[in-house]
Write a protein that binds this ligand. Sequence first.
Ligand code: C5P
Length: 403
Amino acid sequence: MQGKRIVLGIGGGIAAYKTPALVRQLVAAGMDVIPVMTESANHFVTTTVLTTFSGHRVRNDLWDLEAERSMGHIELARWADTLLIAPATANLIARLANGLSNDLLTTLYLATTAPTVVAPAMNLEMWNHSATKRNIGVLETDGVSIIGPDYGEQACGETGPGRMLEIEDIVSHLLVTTDPIDTPMTGLRVLVTAGPTRESIDPVRYITNSSSGKQGYAIAEAARDAGAIVTLVSGPVALPPPKGVQQINIISAAEMKSAVLDIANDIDIMFGVAAVADYRPTHSEPHKIKKMYRNGSPMSIELVENDDILASVAALSDPPYLVGFAAETQSLVKNAVQKRERKCLDAIVVNDVSDHTIGFDSDENEVTLLHAHGETTFDKSPKAEIASKLVAAISELYTSNRT
Ligand code: C5P
C-alpha cells in the first residue's frame, strides 16, 4: 500500500506512548502519516518525537492559524486516504459517536469521507461499560472499522480486554485493507482455536492428541489476510505465531474455555478448529506418580468429561457465527450433520482422519463444509489453500446470515 495517506488521530490514553513507534512502522510500510493529537494526548507523547518520525508538523489545535494557513482542516480531511484513530479513549469514542466536533480530531472525523479505523484502548471496566458498548455500536453502524482492543495486562494492573491492538497488528490491518470493500472480512473480529489440549495426569505426564495446529493456524492467517482482526487461542504446538494475529497460548481444555469465553462476546465469527480433549483426569496428582508403589497391579486413571467449548459459546445470549470442525473416521457427513445440530453450530467442517495423507499432522487436507443451506467439498490441497477457501465461504455465509 505504497503512498497511502494516513491521518493518525491520537487520543489521550496511556497507549499514546506507543504512537511514535506506530508512526515509524507506518512510514516504514510506505505510508505518509500526519499525526493529529487531542489536547489530553499531549500529556502522554510529545509533538517533537511525532514530528521527527512522521516528517510532518503535528496538528493539535483547531485554532492554530499558522498551521491552518499551510493546510486547513478541511483540506487535511480531504488529504487522508484513511483516518486512523489510535489510541481511541472512551471519551474520544463517545465524542465521535455523538458527532461532536469540539476539537481538530473530531472535526476531521466529521469532515472526511475517507474510511475511519478506530483502535480503542482503555481500562477493561470502561470497555465493558454499556455506554462504551453503545457508542462502539453507533460507530460500527456509521461504517467505522473497530480494530481491537486486545486482551491482556493493562497499565492499571488488571488483565482483560482493553489494551490497544499491538502496533504490528494495526499496521498489518492497514496493509491488508487496501480496498476495504473488496476484503471479505474487513473489520470483523474472528476467533480461532487451534492445536490440541493437554490434560495433566501428574507434573510430567498428560493426555493429548496428535493435532499439529496447522489447519487452525492457516485459518487464522487466511482470516487476517481477508481483513479480519484475529485472535488465536492455541494449545501447545510447534508452529511460529502468525504475524498480525493476537495469540493466547493455553495448555488445557479448561484454560481454552476460559480464554475463549473471556472474549467471545466481542467476536463476530469463531472457528473452533482445536482438537479439544474430551476427557481429563479427575485428579491431577501434585507429585509424579511412582511406579514402585504399584507392585505390578493394574493402574487406572479415572477421567471426567471436559465442557464443550463451542457449546458454551453457542449458549451465550448473542453468540458469534460458529464454525465447528469434526474429525471423523466413518459416516462422515451423517455424523457431522448430527454434531452441527447437537452443538448449535452455524456450520461444520468435516474431514476423514482415517486417511493419513490428510487431516491431523499432515500438510494437506480435504474437507466438506456443511451448513443450513447445503454442503461444499474442498478437494485435497495444502491446508493454506483449504483455509482461504473456507474463510471465503464462511464470510459469504456470515454476510448472508446478517442480511
Ligand atoms: O465432538 P467433537 O470433539 O468431535 O467436536 C469437534 C468440534 O467441537 C471442534 O470444532 C472442536 O474444536 C469442538 N470442541 C469443543 N470443546 C470440546 C470438544 C470439542 O469446542 N470439549
